[in-house]
Design a protein around this ligand. Sequence first.
Ligand SMILES: Nc1ncnc2c1ncn2[C@@H]1O[C@H](COP(=O)(O)OP(=O)(O)OP(=O)(O)O)[C@@H](O)[C@H]1O
Length: 784
Amino acid sequence: MAAVQSSLDRTITPDGNQGQYEAIESALDRSLFIVAGPGSGKTMVMALRVLKLIYVDKIDSSTILATTFTKKAAAELRSRILGWGDRLREAFIENPAYTDQLEALQSIDFNQIVTGTIDSISENILQEYREPGSPAPVIIEDFIANAMMVRYGLLRGHRYQNEDLKQYLKNLSGNTRGLNTGGMAGILLEIRDRICHDQVDIDAFCESGEDPGIEVACEAIRAYMRELEERLLYDYSQLEQEFYQKLLDGGLTEFTDKIRFVLVDEYQDTNLLQEHIYFELACHALQNGGSVTVVGDDDQSIYRFRGATVDLFTHFPARIQEALGVQPATITLSKNYRSTHTIVDCVEHYVACDENFQQARVAEKPAIQHARIGTQENIPILGMFREDIDTLAEDLSAFLRDVVDNGGVEITQNVTTYTLRIDADHGSSADICVLCSSPQEVKANGDPRLPYLLRHYLHTSPNPIDVFNPRGQQLKDIPEVQALCGLMLECIDPGCLVQNGIRNLPNDAQDTFSTWREAAHTYIQQHTEKHGEITLEEFVQGWQTRTPRKAFEQKREVPLLDLVYRLVTWIPAMQDDVEGLVYLEVITRTVTQSAVFTSFGSEIIFDANAPDLEGKSIKDAIRGIFIPLATGAIDINEDLLETIPNNRIPIMSIHQAKGLEYPLVIVDVGSDFKTDHHTQAFKRYPKEGGKTCRMEDELRAFSPLLVPQRPGVDRAFDDLIRQYFVAFSRPQDVLLLVGLNSVKDGYLTRGRRPNRKFIPNVATGWDRNDTWHWGQGLPNIVHL
Ligand SMILES: Nc1ncnc2c1ncn2[C@@H]1O[C@H](COP(=O)(O)OP(=O)(O)OP(=O)(O)O)[C@@H](O)[C@H]1O
């Protein structure tokens, strides 16, 4: 610990940081259950426990496996271990007390530690320890899984037209207007993932006879799984299943024989299949004389919709004792090193105010305490509420401009005045973050939402500030995407000859193709500049008339990726704008990945000896690339957003913000809520469990987990509380809540005798028994 203090500038003492100290210093064979609050240094504790095993217990680094839930968190954990590991090594090498250990110190290879998400670890281990001659697993991204479900689960066999299936998926999703093909595929994949994650007996589910749509859904899922198997492809669920199966069958003994330490962060988001994997790994670790450590915060479990089962964390000690006979020591980390006293108090008050929620938390969880070191101002919690969304966006933009550029904003509470200002030397607009339940920029009816208006007002000011919100719009509706996809279609299939010959072309895809092609024509007219000696119009004509020369190289196979890269030379927004680059990346990944499962590998074939191949390869590309893009089957994956530009204000969903911290965090607690409208209830004060809970209830009846004890509506409340708990615990210095006046003061109903009505909302301190703990007008915060 002395080296940690001198080299890493972290003081961890048995008195000052008891939980952290105990977790790091625990004996190597002591298994731990660490219940940690927000900002309590989970990642630091994990990294230092690993380094303690290596430096103090002299453990071989290749016997340690450390994993966490998201790619971002896994990368952060790895870089901490590597960075701190090296700094400590340098300090030991320079210290004369360790001269006799120089060789051992120099030989430590931190890269041998197995780190990553459970998916990346499964992939690497299956690849590294596979039988000689057997192929390495090929993993498909979610969007390809979706495209394959569209193609093999729905289009093939015309299941997308099956009324029983349509009705079943519609009921399950709660979508009142019905689903398009991409939407149906999305729900089917959610069912399929749950079958894997909850270890559901699919035969029993299929034969349950509760709804005629279930059988068709299972047929579609089985068709999709067969296709994966035949092509030796794995989606992420299947990858984990395969890893677990190989662990059970003893096919990975070379690996399991050496594993001694299993450490899992973010355990609150574990599903049953992952628990099986961790327990199997832990079983080997214990047999090899090591231990298992899990860290998590049940209050931050926000991935139920992806199969996370928080009970696996809250009941971890009993579950692992039953499975492996080990009794882990419970350690709590309740000190918060991130936020000011005011924010910590607000977060603690928030999480305690719903009495019913306490039953869903880890028993006897201690309150969060503030422990942030160094001088800091206790800026009050702020609120900005306005009559309408446009005024809110305009005023919020003006506030942000003042904070970033115009010398700051003064806030007075009682007699104290605070100045909010981005640090002129080290700060930037990226110190601010806007969190919403969804970063969508427009509503289904086309009306703008706060993210759209904020982008607009911030950008049109004299000193423009840019936002970063690539997930704000549907990919197919983004102008550059429309232009690029339209240009590609016009090049490969002029006059829609092949397109019109495709049977089962979904109507929504057909409509989108027409919009794209029109966008391409407009784009051609507006962009007359030359690239590589020709204009865009000449380039497209070259393709359309199949006159190679300048437009494309005379080859038998022309990769579509080449076409993409050539066309974007006329689309500057896709070359130098960070959001445009994300869109381009999604399209190129779609083209590359679809090559994995299409017959022509994302190439157009021009063969005079076999002229029919041209049409077939175009059809293949339309099916494999363009239909998924047009039907919403492909969306922007979160891992494409790992790097957030340092000169823009990120607008993100609360889920994306998990694990992050910012000096100033703005949380939208009600910019969409003008009235107490029932269609919005699920976002603020649920009346029922909703899609995720319905799916949980439906499928867990056939899983060892069994149907959840807590009613769906209570689980929906729990999830909303946790979501805003995560949001409110992200800021270091300032938390600003924004919304409409109706959310804080209520609104007047129409009619001859208007009546004041309030909008129950979990994010503004209502509990599920209709008590408003924060009160009318939100008097507990300072209003701007
Ligand atoms: N003992 C400590 N001394 C000083 N700073 C600390 C200490 N422990 C943690 N911190 C700091 O507190 C902040 C929060 O830590 P970290 O991000 O690891 O928390 P966390 O538990 O992962 O939080 P969350 O679950 O809310 O994402 C970080 O800035 C970290 O550097």
